[in-house]
Design a protein. Structure first.
Length: 581
């Protein structure tokens, strides 16, 4: 295919003429690619609401990864040969995304990324617990399917362990700290709550259905196969993987580590931006946000920023009395935010959401909050998970966390994207692949909360700036660790200098960046891109700028790379200018 598939062209309506053979080729390719995604990544397909006959959760063996790369190469050869003289904006986006996703599969496989999978914070048992809270079990058929999926899980755990051991044989060395944190997290979950979490879907259903046999079958799988497989993983982490682990934290110190880190940066940010430039940008962003915090501290009658931070951290005023008050306050806040949504968005999801506390066994290894979107089939509501550790989540962070994780952030955006039936299935269900788009939107929503009137005090406004500064610091420490040789101690000191969080939370965050290279870069880069697009639209459209329409445009684009989001938004601006005449 010649030229840039995202090059601007005149606006065309979506859909294809039946005689449009190029459109038919693309549609067929999209169907084949979605089938590929469902077969090779069944866990994601399950979350999208797809039901497969073989009831497998993951395909993570060495042979699976080799086959996946071969199939991706075959699909990519078809995608690059699509000839198109004219196309809609969305079709150009579809082709660009399809090509880049397939190329990424090949790039990661060529660097043996599957031989050194991330072990923290999303440990295998965490992923299974996530499934248990997301999958509907409301009748016998669903209960039997759930048990069958559990029966496939021990093989998944074994495959992860074998890949790690094979990676050691191939000369790869995981960071010792990542090995330790992964082992600790799995052990903590096994000791407290994992069995109950995995049986909970059946416990709910037993109350209204005779599913006692399914519950017994699930318990047997957990006790006889799944728990032993997880313990074998822990033993391997504490044994040969620990012995072979590297003392240095940075990925660039491992074999082919720098090449893998640069690829992971591109994967998570969806930008061809060298990590050296990301580091420099992070330093600029930290300086800018510290300046805004200093101005806020002075306006609130504190002599300087350190004294204001000390007040917020040590006064005790901003810690909930107990967990009940903590949860009730956030639930009430979410209802208040929901009431403001129609003034800023013309589309609302058909699905709703709830707010729940993260189980204690997982609280140490998880951030202050995270979102669990509803499945693609709408069978369960989304969940805004909130830490039960009160010191980890001061009350002045409540508004930013709620705006980010619930509505209009993750849970609203992803639910609306899943309803974009005019998009190919691989696009509307692709939120896990486009971290910068998804996290950038959620951070934009934190900022949008100012216009929505959600922040009621200077402490809450400081909380918003603190959350953004937290993400800006990530640009510095992630690249510092993985490219510039920073130690864990240096990264902790740097983050502690600028971010108002408990020491334990900061240490856990740094450990996350060590174990999951590149992922933390997505947030602030996505935030900057989306806010930049809004500024561009306001500047170009002037009095014709419609905020609700702009938001609808961003969400209707689906989960996409930042490059594609920019192209689709510019096309929307061009059409608005043409219409205004």
């Amino acid at each position: 295919m010649s030229g840039n598939p995202l090059a601007s062209s005149a606006h065309k309506p979506t859909g294809h003429d039946p005689a449009d053979t190029s459109g038919s080729v693309l549609a067929g390719l999209c169907d084949d690619y979605w089938a590929f995604c469902c077969e090779e990544q069944p866990f994601s397909a399950i979350l999208a609401g797809e039901v497969a006959e073989d009831n497998v959760l993951y395909r993570e063996s060495l042979a699976d990864h080799d086959r996946r790369a071969q199939r991706a190469a075959e699909l990519l050869s078809r995608a690059v040969n699509v000839e198109w003289d004219g196309a809609t904006s969305q079709d150009r986006a579809t082709l660009k995304l399809l090509q880049s996703e397939l190329q990424l599969v090949l790039d990661l496989h060529s660097l043996d990324a599957h031989l050194r999978p991330s072990l923290f914070p999303a440990t295998p048992d965490f992923n299974l617990s996530y499934l248990a809270s997301a999958l509907p079990v409301n009748n016998r058929t669903q209960a039997e399917r759930y048990v069958a999926l559990l029966q496939s899980a021990p093989r998944y755990i074994d495959d992860v362990r074998e890949s790690l051991l094979h990676g050691v044989e191939a000369g790869y060395r995981n960071a010792r700290l990542a090995i330790e944190r992964g082992a600790d997290a799995v052990e903590a979950n096994l000791r407290s709550g994992f069995r109950e979490t995995m049986l909970e879907p059946l416990e709910r259903a037993v109350a209204t259905h005779d599913l006692s046999n399914a519950k017994l079958d699930a318990a047997q799988v957990l006790d006889d196969a799944l728990a032993p497989a997880l313990q074998a993983l822990v033993d391997a982490l504490r044994g040969p993987l620990w012995s072979a682990a590297r003392e240095t934290e940075g990925l660039s110190t491992d074999r082919n580590g720098e090449a893998l880190y640069r690829t992971l940066c591109r994967q998570f940010t969806s930008l061809d931006l060298p990590p050296e430039e990301i580091h420099a940008l992070g330093l600029e962003e930290v300086s800018r946000l510290v300046g805004e915090q200093e101005a806020l501290a002075i306006s609130d009658n504190f002599r300087d920023l350190p004294s204001y931070r000390s007040h917020l951290e040590k006064s005790g005023v901003y810690t909930a009395v107990d967990r009940d008050q903590h949860l009730a306050a956030v639930r009430a806040l979410c209802k208040r935010i929901d009431g403001e949504i129609p003034g800023f968005f013309s589309q609302l999801p058909r699905i709703t959401y709830g707010v729940e506390l993260i189980p204690e066994a997982r609280a140490d290894s998880t951030p202050p909050a995270y979102a669990q979107p509803s499945p693609g089939d709408g069978s369960r509501p989304g969940i805004f998970w909130l830490t039960p550790q009160l010191e980890k989540c001061p009350t002045f962070l409540y508004p930013s966390l709620a705006l980010h994780e619930a509505w209009p952030g993750h849970l609203m955006q992803i639910a609306l994207m899943q309803e974009q039936s005019e998009l190919p299935a691989f696009r509307r269900n692709g939120s896990l692949k486009y971290t910068a788009c998804i996290e950038g939107w959620a951070m934009y929503c934190e900022w949008l909360g100012e216009e929505m009137g959600i922040y009621k005090s200077s402490a809450e406004r400081f909380g918003r700036l603190n959350m953004e500064l937290w993400r800006a610091v990530r640009l510095v420490v992630d690249t510092g660790i993985h490219l510039m040789g920073w130690s864990r101690e240096k990264a902790v000191r740097y983050m502690n200098e600028y971010v108002t969080l408990p020491d334990e939370a900061i240490a856990s965050e740094i450990d996350r960046y060590i174990a999951l290279p590149g992922q933390a870069l997505a947030y602030q880069l996505g935030n900057r891109s989306i806010r930049g697009l809004r500024q561009r639209a306001e500047d170009m459209l002037k009095e014709n700028f419609d905020l609700r329409g702009f938001h609808d445009q961003l969400i209707s684009s689906g989960p996409v790379s930042l490059e594609v989001l920019e192209s689709l938004t510019q096309d929307w601006i061009d059409v608005k200018l043409e219409t205004a005449g």
